[in-house]
Ligand binder design. Structure first.
Ligand code: IVH
Length: 596
């Protein structure tokens, strides 16, 4: 399960539509979208085999869900059997589980908000406990469906409604930006009267075949976006401005404010982003400020009420040192030549504040995903001197842990299991987890594919080899100078190499292999020049990748095929490919390969 990209205003929505149309080379003026409330609950997936509910999963880490079937079965309105003829052999139905606002009032002392209550209830070990809390749900989407019978999102919802599933009544097909805006305003005005929390509308391309063509980025589907409602705001006072150090060394100022409730949640910290932001808004300690909280993002300080400012208040002087004492620096961007707005500590693992954040990254869901080892536990283990670098996670003294308050034998056993499970890791996950700046999940995959194995990757530890290797990376689509410089920076640091080596010794790192080894372009490297008639460059790239191939950014000996589109191809690239005797195909031959 992926997450959704966010849109915050009309311009974002116009961009969303523009991008979709560009990707699809869509010629008509309007593309039909389907609008649904975005329910702020917990997502779950129901699997029906021949109409029988056989699996119930929570989101888990987004790839492997947790089995919560028995708990889901306590929700009376979830069909255990689909009563209809003509149902698919296999269908996975996605839904959002929630607790009604009215029901929440009775249990509000135990949980911070309805969403937490729903999550807590779904994770109960004993379904009897789950059944005590009145959970409800809305079904909103489908995963695998065999055979694929739905042509439109609207048709899917209609059908499952007839099968007995609960769908949200405030859903509607819309055409064009004006209808989108109208619908957004209408549902926002109803928001407070609904018995469930919603934080925006989800707009989905209604046509399923277009959804399939659009596909996903590594984070979210390209065919949907969450158009958020305006954030909730409150007034409070800044009592202190503290500094936080992130895992990349970024120094973020944080306002410690008098606790205030914003949209049902008590807020006592709000981000001030960076030094420039404080200067621009002239934010000072003691100021009365307006803050806002939107969804899961950190609350932020919006503006200062200078009329309430004390006469003696002084401008805030931003510290030029990190919490570790080292001088911080604003880097100059290589591409724009401009000074970065963010101050950074450049000490890496030598700064204990950065080191601790790096540990939090490595145990996070997207990285090693170690259950029971969250941010708070990392802080606890750090303070107790149990861990200093990633490899320490695998050498924890469980005897010592079991003497700590709050660590019963069951939680220690579970932690041990979770840590041991995480020892088996794929190369791409490993690369992402070691936390190299500018190397996100997508880039980690590209790099893992380039190296193939941990042995090959280890060549980067050698100064001479590294320079030679990194030059070749520029050919990879998606990798630029920023990433290459960042890899050079990371691997030229002896401390980093030691840390990576120590970690490697604790792990079984499997080779990276392409999921698709029998695709039409398996193990082939392609490049495009010129535009195509019916599809965009991004879609062409996605097609190559779905078919097991890779797209390169420059012509070199490594290239297998240069695909020449009809519209304005670059002569220089074609000449280069000819000289290197690389296979050149024209748009019509490309179409033939895909059709065949
Ligand atoms: S469509 C990402 N539709 O929002 C896959 N999601 O941020 C497509 N959600 O995990 C999701 N209401 O838990 C979709 N009407 C709706 C939704 C909805 C709530 C949740 C869902 C998803 C999360 C993505």
């Amino acid at each position: 399960m992926l997450s959704l990209s966010n849109s915050f205003d009309k311009t974002d929505m116009e961009d969303f539509i523009k991008k979709i149309k560009n990707f699809l080379s869509f010629k008509q003026e309007k593309i039909e979208l389907f609008s649904e409330p975005k329910i702020d609950g917990i997502s779950a997936s129901l699997v029906y085999e021949n109409g029988m509910l056989t699996k119930g999963l929570s989101r888990g880490d987004g790839i492997v869900g947790e089995d919560i079937l028995e708990n889901l079965k306590t929700i009376a309105k979830i069909p255990k059997k689909i009563q209809s003829s003509n149902i698919p052999k296999l269908i996975e139905i996605r839904c959002e589980i929630y607790i009604g606002k009215r029901d929440f009032i009775n249990i509000k002392d135990k949980f911070a908000n309805p969403r937490n209550a729903a999550g807590g209830s779904l994770r109960q070990k004993n379904p009897k406990e789950t059944s005590k809390i009145p959970l409800k749900y809305f079904a909103y989407g489908f995963g695998t469906v065999i055979p694929a019978i739905f042509k439109k999102q609207s048709e899917f919802l209609e059908k499952i409604k007839n099968w007995g599933f609960i769908i949200n009544p405030l859903s509607k097909a819309v055409n064009g930006i004006e209808e989108i805006e109208k619908e957004h305003k209408k549902i926002e005005s109803l928001r407070s009267s609904l018995d469930y929390d919603i934080d925006g509308l989800v707009f989905k391309v209604n046509d399923v075949s277009l959804q399939n063509r659009l596909g996903n980025t590594s984070h979210s589907p390209r065919w949907a976006t969450a158009y958020k409602f305006s954030a909730e705001k409150a007034i409070t006072k800044i009592n202190e401005i503290a500094i936080q150090v992130g895992r990349t060394g970024a120094i973020t100022p944080v306002a410690k404010v008098t606790p205030v409730t914003v949209g049902g949640v008590v807020v006592s910290n709000a981000t001030l982003h960076n030094e420039e932001e404080i200067e621009r808004k002239d934010i000072r300690i003691g100021d009365v400020v307006q803050i806002q909280r939107a969804g899961d993002v950190i609350p932020q300080v919006l503006s200062v009420d200078t009329s309430k400012r004390d006469k003696n208040s002084k401008k805030f002087i931003f510290p030029n040192k990190c919490l570790c004492g080292a001088l911080t620096k604003k880097e100059i961007s290589k591409s724009t030549k401009k000074e970065d707005a963010v101050r950074r500590c450049l000490k890496g693992y030598n700064c204990k504040f950065i080191a601790r954040e790096k540990l939090k990254h490595i145990v996070s869901k997207e990285a090693f995903n170690i259950d029971g080892l969250g941010k708070k536990v990392i802080d606890q283990f750090w303070d107790l001197n149990f861990i200093r670098e990633p490899s320490d996670i695998f050498k924890l003294d469980y005897k010592k842990i079991s003497t700590l308050e709050g660590w019963g034998s069951l939680s220690v056993t579970n932690l041990k299991k979770a840590i041991s499970k995480s020892k088996n890791v794929n190369l791409d996950k490993f690369i992402y987890s070691i936390g190299i700046r500018h190397i996100g999940q997508e880039n980690a995959k590209i790099i893992a594919d380039f190296f193939g194995s941990i042995d090959e990757l280890s060549n980067l530890f050698n100064d001479k080899k590294r320079r030679e290797i990194l030059i070749n990376l520029i050919e990879l689509d998606g990798i630029g100078e920023t990433q290459i410089n960042s890899l050079e920076n990371f691997f030229s640091n002896e401390k980093n190499i030691n840390i990576v080596n120590n970690l490697m010794r604790q792990l079984n790192i499997s080779n990276f292999s392409f999921k698709n080894s029998d695709g039409k372009f398996s193990n082939k490297k392609l490049m495009f020049t010129g535009g195509f008639q019916n599809i965009s460059r991004s879609e062409a790239k996605a097609i190559v990748e779905q078919n097991g191939g890779k797209v390169l950014g420059t012509v070199s000996k490594k290239l297998d095929i240069l695909v020449v589109g009809n519209s304005k191809p670059t002569k220089k690239k074609i000449d280069q490919a000819r000289n290197l005797k690389i296979k050149i195909i024209l748009e019509k031959e490309w179409n033939k390969i895909l059709d065949g």
